[in-house]
Ligand binder design. Structure first.
Ligand SMILES: *[C@@H]1O[C@H](CO)[C@@H](O)[C@H](O)[C@H]1NC(C)=O
Length: 351
């Protein structure tokens, strides 16, 4: 076709060659600069992050160790957000200087049932048919602001209390923030072991036997195991009549229950993506080794093209994790256990 058949084309070629050479040089400069920027900005990011979260380390070795973990986490979070086509994003949150192992060990202490024999059989919502396509108990005034369990593995207490706050609002009309610390300190005779883990069902049993629970202000949260304050324990701001389990491995039944009240659910929250979830509909990856207690406070359908269905879940890691402390978890998945096992051991208190 004679692409180089005349002088005009020859000079074009020379121009083109010069551009290529200049371009390659400029590209090299740019990529070198990017690498340098990345190193500098990583330390800047670390410093800003430490300031924001008020992090102080005991010595320079700990500081170095934490920076290495921070760098690895941030690089993985950045890569995920660039490359992944999943409908959720990760964020550099308060857990960024913890390895995934450290993270799981300190916070996720739900004790999964060894077998299902202790689960209750009655399910008062089995015949519920009127199910709105979406529901948010926050908008209906049945959810208190997001709390923060800190370093204490008492997710089970936060999950049970949030469900109890919900049924209390629905039965009395009053939204009262209730005490997790009372459960941590006083509910110690059965399976529940304060910061070392527990079960929501056992918390409900304790509250029923104790004939109620104190307010958050009356028995405030400390985030460490303490001795039961007898006076605090006998002051009751709300009570329950018992609890029921949602039939296991049925998101349909879970939906019936959540349409009627906030429900305690156990999930597998041990994964990297869960640790750093920041927004969107979480679709995993996660397993079904239940290790965390949270509360389903609604459900809905995302406004993306495919209309992904989700559970609206209240967590207890403060309002800087996830969507102001909440996570939307994919609903109606193929596995009967639900995403991260959310339909395996759901339960709610009764009034
Ligand atoms: C649900 O409906 C069945 C059939 O009518 C009935 O036997 C059962 O008692 C109902 N369950 C509840 C919890 O009302």
């Amino acid at each position: 076709m004679g692409l180089l058949s005349n002088n005009h084309n020859k000079s074009q070629l020379i121009c083109f060659a010069i551009i290529v050479v200049l371009g390659a040089w400029a590209y090299d400069e740019a990529s070198a600069r990017t690498l340098e920027d990345r190193a500098v900005s990583m330390y800047d990011r670390y410093r800003a992050w430490k300031g924001h979260h008020g992090r102080v380390y005991k010595d320079i070795n700990e500081e170095k160790k934490r920076f290495e973990i921070f760098k690895r986490n941030v690089a993985r979070i950045d890569d995920f957000n660039w490359a992944s086509n999943k409908p959720y994003k990760l964020g550099v949150n308060q857990f960024a200087d913890l390895t995934n192992e450290e993270f799981g060990a300190s916070r996720n202490r739900y004790k999964a049932h060894v077998c299902d024999s202790t689960r209750t059989a009655s399910f008062r919502y089995e015949n519920v048919t009127a199910l709105p396509s979406s529901l948010d108990w926050r908008k209906l005034g049945a959810v208190t602001p997001v709390k923060d369990q800190g370093d204490c593995g008492c997710c089970w207490a936060f999950s049970a209390v949030a469900a109890m706050e919900g049924i209390t609002k629905l039965s009395t009309g009053k939204l009262i923030s209730l005490s997790e610390q009372e459960l941590v300190d006083c509910d110690t005779k059965g399976e529940d072991q304060g910061c070392n883990g527990g079960l929501m069902d056992d918390a409900f049993k304790f509250i029923q036997a104790n004939q109620g629970l104190n307010t958050e202000a009356g028995y405030p949260y400390k985030g460490v195991d303490g001795t039961c304050n007898a006076k605090g324990e006998t002051t009751h701001a709300a009570k329950i009549s018992g609890h029921e389990d949602v039939p296991a491995n049925s998101e349909k039944d879970l939906l019936k229950a959540v349409s009627k009240q906030p429900v305690s659910v156990a999930i597998d929250a041990s994964g990297f993506d869960f640790q750093f979830y920041s927004s969107g509909v979480f679709t995993g990856s996660c397993g079904t080794s239940l290790d965390h207690g949270v509360t389903a406070v609604g459900y809905g359908v995302d406004d993306d093209e495919v209309g992904t269905k989700f559970w609206l879940v209240k967590n207890s890691w403060g309002d800087q994790w996830g969507e102001q402390g909440y996570i939307r978890m994919q609903r109606d998945v193929e596995a009967t256990q639900g995403l991260c096992g959310i339909a395996m051991e759901a339960s709610y208190p009764t009034a």
